[in-house]
Structure formats: C-alpha cells, structure tokens
Ligand binder design. Structure first.
Ligand code: C5P
Length: 280
C-alpha cells in the first residue's frame, strides 16, 4: 500500500496551547509518491515486527508502524515490510503516513486512534486534500471547487541533505511569540479568500509561517526558493521543513530538469528531487 508524503500548501500556526502543542490552520494535500507498506501474517503468538529497507529508520516499539499496530490491538501475529523513500525531518509527514497506512492495512482507520499517534496522522486516513485545524486532529475535506484547483497538480519535492526537527521548529515559534504566529481570525480570512474565489490559482494559496525560523538557520532554503521563483514557478517550504516544493505548470521534462539542476546547484548533489502529482 502506498504510504504517501504530504505537502502543506497553506500552514498558519496560530498560537501555543495549554497542552504545549500549537494550534494551526493548514491545507494539506497528499502526493502520488511515498513509502510502500505491506503486512503479512506470522505465527499468532509471535510479536508483530517491522522490516525496513532503511537502517536509519528506528525499528523498535516506538516506531509509528508498531505503535499503530499496538493501538489497533495487533501487537502480535503480523510482519510489516516498509520500503522507505520519504526522508525524515522533512515536513513530508512520513512517520504519520506510515502509521495511517498501518491502521488502514489492519482495518482500523479510526480518526481518534490516528490522532493519538501523531498530529499529522488523521489527515492521511482519506486520500484527498483537507483543511486541518486544532493541533491536526480536526480534519475537513476541501470544498469541491477548491479541491479541483489542487487535484493532479504537478509538483517538485526538493529536500536538502539536512533535516529539521519538528519540536525544534515549534520551539522557535514559541520563542519568537507573538510575532511568529498569525492570529486565528487572520488565518481563517486568508484561507477563505482563496477558498471563496474559484479564479485564484493554487499559487495564491501558498503560505507558511514556519518558514521564518527555518530560513534564519538555513539560508540555503530561501536561496533556492528565490531562484525557483525567478524561473517563474511558485515555491515554498512544507510543514516545519526542511523539504520545499515547487508548483509546476504541467508535465514539462525541460522545466523539471532545470528545477532539479537548480536544487542540486544550491544544495549539493545529495539533494532529493522527486517529481510527482497532488492526489485528488
Ligand atoms: O504530534 P507529533 O508527535 O507529530 O508532534 C511532534 C512535536 O511537534 C510535538 O511534540 C510538539 O512539540 C510539536 N507540535 C506542536 N503543535 C502541533 C504539532 C506538533 O507543537 N500542532
């Protein structure tokens, strides 16, 4: 089963909550690229395990696939296999996506259960683009006219060799409060403006107020985004980074190789460049 990556096309962190998490308003779309997770039965008394082709993925009980299995009452009798392609520390939601895929494979795709596994987990339960609120547990599908401006859109996902820790990124938001946050009413107004005007292209939705802290520490991020914009494509960071993305006008091999070359020039040869599409 495809365990896709996500992109935050719009991300407004609106403030810190009493429980230490942050409230946000975000438009999130999955892409048609990601990890592959499968499950097979093993002896009924045997502990559920995870086999992953990437040794960097922690395989212990705190792995999100095994935590999802335990939460779904399948702590025994299963062997999961994970082909890992989504990098960690990228803001692409890899771990949460794996947890949601595990719940789906076990027939336990429950939103409340998903929210206990990670703030980004519930958004992966359905395939389509959503608006995410609260700390991520409040999910609503996008109105059809808005979803149409997202579905099938070609994107480039670009990830430098370094990652950004999500807790670090949120700590920077809290340290720079209140300027780092967008007021909830302002976030909703900004989102409504795009939702309510069917003639505004997807390019006009892009917003992410977690960029500021990431860009201060890693100037290579805005350096590439500026170059992409000079090429005429809209671009931004996803989630807490470090991955960025560019919206491409359509399948265009020449443009894609130019985008890939710019990314490797700016961030080095180890840069991950993936060309894929936003899911409907
Ligand atoms: O929920 P998850 O485990 O993905 O969150 C990782 C960390 O990111 C949390 O411990 C918290 O520090 C921060 N976070 C937050 N507000 C959110 C989501 C995550 O502060 N809405």
């Amino acid at each position: 089963m495809l365990s896709p990556a996500k992109l935050n096309l719009f991300l407004a962190v609106t403030g810190r909550r009493a429980d230490g998490y942050h409230d946000l308003v975000s438009v999130v779309a999955q892409v048609d690229w990601g990890d592959d997770l499968t499950v097979e039965p093993i002896g009924p008394g045997e502990k559920t395990t995870l086999v992953c082709d990437d040794p960097a993925v922690p395989g212990g009980d705190d792995n999100l696939v095994l935590r999802a299995a335990a939460a779904a009452g399948a702590g025994q009798g299963r062997r999961f296999r994970l082909a890992k392609r989504i990098p960690m520390g990228a803001g692409l939601g890899g771990g949460s996506s794996n947890a949601a895929a595990a719940l789906k494979l076990l027939g336990a795709a429950d939103a409340t259960l998903a929210a206990t596994l990670g703030s980004d987990c519930p958004l992966f339960l359905g395939p389509g683009p959503v608006v995410m609120r609260g700390r991520g547990e409040r999910i609503s599908p996008l109105p059809a006219a808005a979803a149409q401006r997202i579905a099938g859109r070609r994107v480039a996902i670009l990830k430098p060799s370094f990652g950004i820790s999500t807790p670090w990124a949120y700590r920077q938001m809290a340290a720079a409060a209140p300027e780092s946050y967008l007021e909830p009413q302002a976030a909703e107004a900004r989102l409504s403006e795009w939702l309510d005007d069917p003639f505004l292209p997807l390019e006009r939705l892009l917003y992410n107020n977690m960029e500021r802290a990431a860009f201060l520490k890693f100037p290579a991020l805005p350096a590439l985004l500026d170059r992409l914009r000079r090429l005429g494509v809209a671009a931004g960071m996803t989630g807490s980074g470090s991955a960025c993305f560019a919206l491409l006008p359509g399948p265009d091999p020449a443009l894609e190789s130019r985008v890939g070359a710019l990314a490797k020039e700016a961030w080095g040869p180890a840069t991950l460049c993936v060309f894929c599409a936003l899911r409907a």
